[in-house]
Write a protein that binds this ligand. Structure first.
Ligand SMILES: *[C@@H]1O[C@H](CO)[C@@H](O)[C@H](O)[C@H]1NC(C)=O
Ligand SMILES: *[C@@H]1O[C@H](CO)[C@@H](O)[C@H](O)[C@H]1NC(C)=O
Ligand SMILES: *[C@@H]1O[C@H](CO)[C@@H](O)[C@H](O)[C@H]1NC(C)=O
Ligand SMILES: *[C@@H]1O[C@H](CO)[C@@H](O)[C@H](O)[C@H]1NC(C)=O
Ligand SMILES: *[C@@H]1O[C@H](CO)[C@@H](O)[C@H](O)[C@H]1NC(C)=O
Ligand SMILES: *[C@@H]1O[C@H](CO)[C@@H](O)[C@H](O)[C@H]1NC(C)=O
Ligand SMILES: *[C@@H]1O[C@H](CO)[C@@H](O)[C@H](O)[C@H]1NC(C)=O
Length: 489
């Protein structure tokens, strides 16, 4: 699967930087250390998110509880995160509930425009989302720290006038708002009119007793050249006020962390005698690596058998509850994933290789039925967008896709039941080759020199037909360069 290869790719760097010893003692402290590392992995992504988006001044302080709006669509020069989408504009916020609750203001939605405002805990669990696929009521929503009673209440306006309440299990968290972009000329409107209407307001009560979220807390005095050691040091600083999402599991988790050498009293880590951190780290990575190849974690998609497409089970997407292994895997390759009500990311399971050196034709058997929007985006082997003269990185419901007879898939005359089930095609072909003119509107450029690439299919606001076997998922075939257009049905 694409994600697994990407995972290896990302890990290569870590493993080179930190060579692993082979001794493997089996004490309970050793086992607890493996579990603690699996548990801690998403913190790496949280620290990156905070450090790249929120450092505000020379003393490295963070701007918390305020939106950082991204005002341009990602293109091939964008290197901040891997696998960026080119469908939406992001607005990010670092949530700090240590000094009290925070209120988020949701503006009136423009008719037809999809947005989603997901709120995450410190470990990347999408505890709650406000948005088109769930509840897009304009108004004020309360975000509060409720370690023993985390969850999401999007009930009608309550006595205090809140349109809903998000209860985070952790005192620190994150928001990654996505607003649908229709086309390149739509960006200015979103930036000048829509983004400024989203607001965060700290209430400064009730105090949690936790320290404020600072750059020093996440970065200072960690042994960063020793990844497992620095991860456990970081976890020891935050564990007390940032328990497991499921209150029923938090005591067990705390006991495991203590057995691994984390002190909740002194909020520090001491390596227990006999523990081999290097082999624990290696074992933890092995566990995480098994996540995407374990069929028990996957939901087969579509009607073909055996299935060529799958996605992580809805119960393991975006919000991971007690599945710390899945949480770690997604935390490393697809951090701040949305839950399956908001979006699904079907993975093509046929090839174990990155695509390379070949032209592919993707046949869609009709339009996917989504409340929001959908797209297929090409990335290079490192997860970045592929440079090309058209600046085209994805195709989907807002592109000028055509049927083989030239009729527009999403333009005029394309609606109605017949059109919904009619096949259309995309061509994945290298920028090295001049694309035939009758393929140009349906062409997705792949890298030069036969280099590796991967793609991600995204369905925002998926309807049931996409997961219950009704929708026939795309078929992908290797073809000659600029193949003849398939005949119209
Ligand atoms: C540690 O884990 C290994 C492998 O899962 C297991 O075989 C062993 O019994 C465990 N040891 C302890 C002390 O829990
Ligand atoms: C840096 O920014 C933070 C957050 O805005 C502020 O509290 C702090 O006083 C600033 N520090 C300096 C040295 O300007
Ligand atoms: C890519 O995005 C950057 C940042 O928005 C912009 O400066 C640059 O011109 C863009 N490049 C292309 C080819 O559009
Ligand atoms: C996804 O999030 C929405 C809104 O927070 C919630 O209503 C829904 O139950 C969640 N779905 C799953 C599968 O967790
Ligand atoms: C781009 O989107 C806007 C909506 O914001 C629409 O009015 C306009 O017609 C679209 N332009 C093109 C070229 O599709
Ligand atoms: C679709 O075609 C129209 C007319 O040629 C063009 O203005 C628009 O930019 C195209 N949209 C995309 C997303 O390529
Ligand atoms: C693509 O083909 C070329 C020429 O046959 C070969 O050198 C290159 O290694 C291939 N690339 C990949 C990623 O397989």
């Amino acid at each position: 699967m694409n994600f697994l290869l990407l995972f290896h790719h990302l890990l290569a760097a870590l493993i080179v930087a930190f060579s692993v010893s082979l001794a493997a003692p089996t004490t309970s402290a050793q086992n607890a250390t493996v579990d603690a590392l699996v548990y801690a992995f998403p913190l790496t992504s949280y620290v990156n998110f905070a450090n790249t988006g929120f450092v505000v001044n020379a003393s490295n302080d963070f701007a918390t509880n305020t939106f950082a709006h991204v005002t341009t669509l990602a293109n091939a020069s964008f290197r901040t995160i891997i696998l960026p989408n080119t469908d939406t504009l992001y607005s990010a916020a670092l949530v700090d509930l240590s000094a009290g609750d925070v209120v988020v203001t949701m503006p009136e939605r423009e008719a037809g425009r999809f947005y989603v405002l997901p709120v995450y805990d410190l470990f990347g669990n999408n505890v709650c989302s406000i948005g088109t696929a769930t509840d897009s009521t304009a108004g004020q929503y309360l975000i509060q720290y409720r370690p023993s009673d985390a969850g999401c209440d999007l009930a009608p306006v309550d006595a205090k006038g809140y349109a809903g309440t998000v209860s985070l299990p952790t005192v620190y968290g994150a928001i990654l708002l996505r607003i649908e972009v229709y086309n390149a000329s739509d960006v200015d409107h979103i930036v000048s009119v829509i983004q400024p209407q989203f607001n965060l307001t700290p209430l400064n009560e009730p105090s949690s007793g936790a320290p404020p979220l600072t750059s020093a807390l996440l970065n200072d005095n960690l042994d960063v050249n020793n990844p497992p050691l620095s991860l456990l040091q970081l976890l020891s600083r935050v564990a007390l006020f940032n328990p497991a999402e499921e209150a029923s599991d938090s005591e067990r988790v705390a006991a495991t962390l203590e057995a691994a050498g984390i002190s909740f009293d002194s909020q520090s880590y001491t390596q227990p005698a006999g523990v081999d951190l290097a082999s624990a780290y290696s074992a933890a990575l092995d566990l995480v690596e098994q996540v995407p190849s374990n069929p028990a974690n996957l939901l087969p998609l579509g009607s073909s058998s055996p299935s060529t497409w799958s996605t992580t089970l809805p119960s393991l997407s975006g919000d991971f509850h007690t599945r710390y292994d899945v949480r770690a895997f997604i935390g490393l390759v697809a951090y701040l994933q949305l839950n399956s009500t908001q979006a699904i990311y079907p993975a093509y399971t046929v090839t174990q290789e990155f695509f390379a050196n070949t032209t592919y034709m993707v046949e869609f058997f009709g339009k996917p039925n989504v409340v929001g929007f959908w797209s297929l985006t090409i990335y290079d082997g490192d997860g970045y967008l592929v440079p090309n003269a058209l600046n085209r990185y994805s195709l989907g419901d807002r592109a000028n896709l055509t049927y083989p007879d030239g009729v527009s898939v999403y333009g005029n005359g394309a609606s109605g039941d017949e059109a919904e089930s009619r096949s259309f095609y995309m061509l994945l072909q290298s920028t090295d080759v001049k694309v035939a003119s009758d393929w140009e509107s349906n062409w997705l450029p792949t890298p030069t020199d036969g280099a590796q690439f991967l793609f991600i299919l995204r369905f925002y606001g998926p309807t049931l037909s996409l997961t219950d076997g009704t929708y026939k998922y795309p078929q992908i075939s290797a073809v000659d360069v600029n193949p003849p257009l398939p005949s119209s049905e």
